[in-house]
Design a protein around this ligand. Structure first.
Ligand SMILES: C[S@@+](CC[C@H](N)C(=O)[O-])C[C@H]1O[C@@H](n2cnc3c(N)ncnc32)[C@H](O)[C@@H]1O
Length: 301
């Protein structure tokens, strides 16, 4: 790996979570039968230097590892299908150290927009250096999802008239509920019919006993989990998206997650942790935000 030469800025707390996530993908990539192989993950982790161990005890780490492994595979397949099906833009909100622009075998040329906070993207771009994906056009968009991020996205070349595959993976939980709400409405307002979404919902992160030490450590570090949903399907529908959860009968899902089901039920988890879906046509929730067009753009958040 080429070292990141000059003194890097320390990442903000919420962006250090991207390094922990990459660490989990690096660990997964070394297994004999991994859900996902991410050869970039270990490189990012090495370049980030010490960010401390993943907060939480062994039970939390095992659960988070299996969860990240499954969600990575599930969203890999979602994005590949969406692009095969006609989406020509991918937007990763809170992209972190996601290397899908490089590592996925895209069926055709696609624009991949990586939206995240400036320090995280500076760090990532320093590690990436001059390397470019084989098929995708990778565009980084430094923006805060609590602000007018859609303006920055459009300024970077995003076209709200083209079908888009959006992904919110490991991101929304770090936003306050009204901020998460506005992010999802803004996606809907900038999505023509046929656009798709993939999202991770914090359905019981706030209640799972095994995650209490992780929750406390993240809060103390300044990156608390702030958002969770009891009924994700209904919540997304109200905001313009038809969604469905992955089947537990998918072999890799069953193999890695079945053992956690009693714990999730005990925490009152109703399902819907991972969802994929499509834009509901003419749904008013998506129309509450002014779609972006021309040079005058409005983010709506
Ligand atoms: C747990 S990481 C997940 C990263 C990536 N999606 C993945 O799964 O590997 C959360 C990411 O969300 C980003 N993030 C959190 N709050 C944000 C905000 N307000 N604006 C932009 N990005 C944010 C962080 O910088 C971090 O990269």
């Amino acid at each position: 790996m080429s070292p990141v030469d000059s003194e890097p800025q320390p990442l903000p707390a919420v962006s250090r979570t991207a390094v922990w996530t990459a660490q989990l993908r690096a660990d997964e990539s070394r297994l004999a039968r991994p859900c996902v192989i991410d050869s970039w993950a270990a490189e990012f982790v090495a370049a980030a230097g010490p960010v401390g161990p993943l907060p939480g005890g062994p039970e939390a780490r095992a659960f988070l590892h299996d969860g990240v492994a499954v969600r990575s595979r599930y969203f890999d397949e979602y994005l590949l299908d969406a692009v095969r099906g006609g989406c020509s833009q991918v937007v990763l909100l809170g992209a972190g150290l996601d290397a899908r622009a490089f590592r996925l075998p895209w069926a055709r040329p696609v624009d991949v927009f990586e939206v995240d906070l400036p320090d995280l993207l500076d760090f990532k771009n320093r590690v990436v250096g001059g390397r470019v994906p084989a098929t995708a056009r990778r565009v980084t968009v430094a923006a805060d999802l609590r602000d007018a991020w859609a303006d920055a996205l459009t300024a970077a070349g995003f076209d709200p008239g083209r079908r888009t595959a959006w992904l919110c993976e490991g991101t929304l939980a770090y936003l306050e509920p009204d901020q998460a709400d506005m992010v999802v409405r803004t996606m809907a307002a900038n999505s023509p019919p046929g656009s798709e979404v993939g999202a991770e919902n914090a359905t019981s992160l706030d209640r799972l006993g095994c995650l209490s030490s992780c929750r406390d450590a993240l809060s103390a570090d300044g990156a608390p989990w702030q958002w969770s949903l009891r009924d994700p399907g209904a919540w997304w529908a109200e905001r313009g998206w038809h969604t469905a959860a992955p089947s537990m009968s998918l072999p890799y899902v069953a193999e890695r997650l079945t053992r956690y089901l009693p714990m999730l039920r005990e925490a009152g988890d109703m399902g819907g942790w991972l969802l994929t879906g499509t834009r509901r046509e003419n749904h008013p929730a998506g129309e509450t935000e002014e779609p972006l067009s021309g040079t005058k753009r409005r983010a709506g958040c």
